[in-house]
Design a protein around this ligand. Structure first.
Ligand code: SAH
Ligand code: ZN
Ligand code: ZN
Ligand code: ZN
Ligand code: ZN
Length: 500
């Protein structure tokens, strides 16, 4: 989220999307409240829903602020000017012209991340470009486009072929024939290219993503410019209708939503959007109201499990490790290699989600789900308790299984890394100063704020241990406005298993 500069990521709590919220170029802003040491300071403000970094979108407005007519007009003008230079419709037309060109005239400008028509070559003459763009390149835009990054060298994280193929096979095996791809361009692209091949297993996909560069490659029925933090369709009612229609079209084809949001995102904002997408699906059910939920795969790190379950109690976390192409350390664990912390959360019955035996996953008949090879069934917990793929050990004092690297600390009265600094309860609570409890158990924290603290902890975990490596979202600046420079700095991949 933007705003609150020096206070860091969580000097603020999200109150949510409210009707009549002011708009920035990324759609309606979200309402936040300033907090200080976990306490609301009372003053509420609006900030950009999509950009965490002020540099990407500096929209800020106090809730009670009077905004003059002139400023409102200027803001509208600003929002208009910060839309992409071509509309989606124009991009579709441009694509039609582009594919008519002989190979020798098909250029892609790497600086503007744009397909060029011959008349435009001149304007881009001092830019780097790729020549002879083939049909297969056009069918894999995620390979052609440069993964988005921000100043902290973050990137769009694209699935490896292994993970992407696994997801698609799973979707097909489960009998789904339509996929709502929310922030999963590579899955979308794999589906699109499979669609033209295999008649029997024809799957269709609609991509919703904030990365507008994709509008150069897909029609309005295949891609909607969408912000998943405020459920905003940039293409207005028409795009909304496209999505509704996609969820609606039945002919016995079942639909599943697959999403892989930026990990730095506020879980409650995502959850609220996903609930709206689920409601759109439900509305379209012709048989009248039923108690079913739209099937969903939400791909996210395992340490967000409790947050996701808070919003979607019907979800469970699968052991499958999702890995990424452009992230050296978020790759499938082999001996001595670090393992990906990214998992699939789903509202489908866990036993239906068959994980590949050739990668060591096995079926636990007691838990009735597939688990990773290192995940041992604990007799005391009566469950396969590992979250990170390593074998966990049971602590009789904590009465639960803990990470193998943890030991029971008698001062903290819980398990922790041997190197931890004891958080003595009698030293007083960080929030209220009173003795007898720790910050995490402070009664003065309301639910939202505690949740916010929890998110903050998770973010700090990511920021510290993952060295910001996975905060994919600020990247989107490029996505929305074709920027002139796309740097490709070498990332310092210093990712460790979070919480190790
Ligand atoms: N693993 C996926 C990509 C995940 S990267 C794949 O290979 O297909 C996260 C994706 O979310 C990116 O495509 C990014 O453009 C998109 N994204 C980031 N912020 C978004 C937002 N606010 N709304 C919608 N999409 C967003
Ligand atoms: Zn088990
Ligand atoms: Zn146990
Ligand atoms: Zn301790
Ligand atoms: Zn307290």
């Amino acid at each position: 989220m933007a705003a609150s500069g020096a206070e860091g990521l969580c000097g603020q709590a999200l109150l949510g999307a409210v009707p009549g919220a002011p708009r920035c170029p990324h759609g309606p802003a979200l309402l936040f409240v300033k907090t200080s040491q976990g306490r609301e300071e009372g003053r509420r403000f609006y900030a950009c829903s999509a950009c965490r970094d002020r540099k990407d979108c500096n929209f800020f407005q106090w809730e009670d602020e009077k905004v003059s007519e002139t400023r409102l007009a200027a803001r509208e003008e600003y929002n208009r000017n910060h839309q992409p230079s071509f509309t989606h419709r124009q991009n579709v037309e441009r694509y039609k012209n582009f594919v008519q060109l002989p190979l020798s005239k098909r250029r892609f400008c790497q600086e503007c991340q744009q397909l060029l028509l011959p008349a435009e070559w001149e304007k881009h003459s001092d830019h780097q470009f790729l020549c002879d763009i083939s049909t297969s390149q056009l069918k894999s835009p995620s390979q052609l486009l440069c993964p988005l990054e921000n100043k902290k060298a973050n990137a769009q994280y694209l699935f490896t072929d292994r993970s992407c193929q696994f997801l698609l096979d799973l979707i097909i095996d489960l009998g789904f024939r339509r996929v709502l791809s929310v922030g999963t361009p590579r899955l979308h692209e794999m589906i699109q290219s499979n669609a033209s091949q295999e008649e029997d297993f024809r799957v269709r996909s609609l991509l919703l993503d904030i990365d507008f560069r994709y509008s150069q490659f897909y029609t309005e029925d295949e891609f909607c410019h969408y912000n998943m933090f405020n459920h905003y369709f940039f293409g207005g009612e028409a795009a909304h209708e496209t999505c509704r229609k996609f969820l609606h079209q039945d002919n016995g084809e079942r639909v599943i939503m697959v999403t892989d949001p930026p990990f730095g995102g506020l879980v409650e904002a995502l959850a609220s959007s996903f609930k709206k997408l689920m409601a759109m699906w439900k509305d379209t059910e012709e048989e009248g109201p039923n108690n079913q939920e739209m099937p969903m795969f939400w791909i996210f790190p395992y340490f967000f499990e409790s947050r996701i379950l808070e919003f979607f109690p019907s979800f469970s976390m699968m052991d499958y490790q999702v890995d990424y192409d452009n992230h050296a350390l978020y790759k499938h664990g082999k001996t001595g290699r670090r393992q990906s912390p990214v998992r699939i959360f789903t509202n489908l019955t866990p036993r239906m989600i068959a994980l590949p035996a050739e990668e060591g996953y096995r079926f636990c008949t007691i838990c009735q789900r597939y688990v990773s090879s290192g995940n041992q069934h604990c007799e005391i917990c009566n469950s396969c308790t590992s979250k990170d793929g390593r074998r966990w050990k049971h602590c009789v004092l904590c009465k639960k299984c803990v990470k193998p690297s943890w030991f029971h600390c008698n001062v903290c009265n819980c398990c922790a890394l041997q190197t931890h600094t004891c958080e003595k309860a009698d030293a007083g609570c960080f929030v209220c100063g009173k003795a007898g409890h720790k910050r995490s158990a402070c009664p003065s924290l309301s639910r939202t704020r505690t949740a916010c603290q929890a998110d903050k902890k998770q973010r700090q975990k990511i920021l510290k241990r993952v060295k910001t490596g996975i905060c994919k979202r600020s990247a989107m600046k490029h996505a929305i406005f074709f920027r002139k420079k796309v740097k490709n700095k070498k990332k310092k991949d210093t990712i460790l298993l979070a919480g190790t």
